[in-house]
Design a binder for this molecule. Structure first.
Ligand SMILES: [Zn+2]
Length: 118
């Protein structure tokens, strides 16, 4: 039965089921199918290597990361917000933003903003 297979059937098997599933007698006789089987084998090996390199993480990894990050981030955020410097910084930032906005308005009134932006 193997010998009655034509090249396109063998190629389909090589890519669908893997090079090992291809009829050996055909591969011995047919150079193009042998090449195709070698290419499929190379790809299979490469994909297997990638799978090993990028191993799937455990299912609960995301939960673990979220739990750990949330805990430290929350503590960190609480420290920052509770710190008086934060509010001083926020006030300075707001004042600076207001200052920039005021300067832009003033410049626009003088017709300079467009020249500076462009
Ligand atoms: Zn062939």
């Amino acid at each position: 039965m193997e010998s009655t297979m034509n090249c396109s059937e063998v190629e389909r098997i090589v890519w669908a089921d893997g090079p090992d599933a291809a009829p050996a007698t055909h591969l011995v006789e047919c150079r193009s199918c042998r090449e195709e089987a070698r290419r499929a084998g190379d790809l299979q090996a490469a994909l297997t290597g990638m799978r090993n390199r990028f191993a799937l993480p455990p299912d609960d990894l995301e939960d673990m990361i979220v739990a750990a990050v949330t805990r430290t981030r929350l503590a960190w955020a609480r420290d920052i917000v509770a710190h008086p410097k934060f509010w001083r910084g926020a006030a300075v930032g707001a004042a600076a933003a207001a200052g920039v906005a005021g300067a832009v308005f003033a410049a626009r009134r003088r017709g300079l903003a467009r020249a500076e932006v462009a």
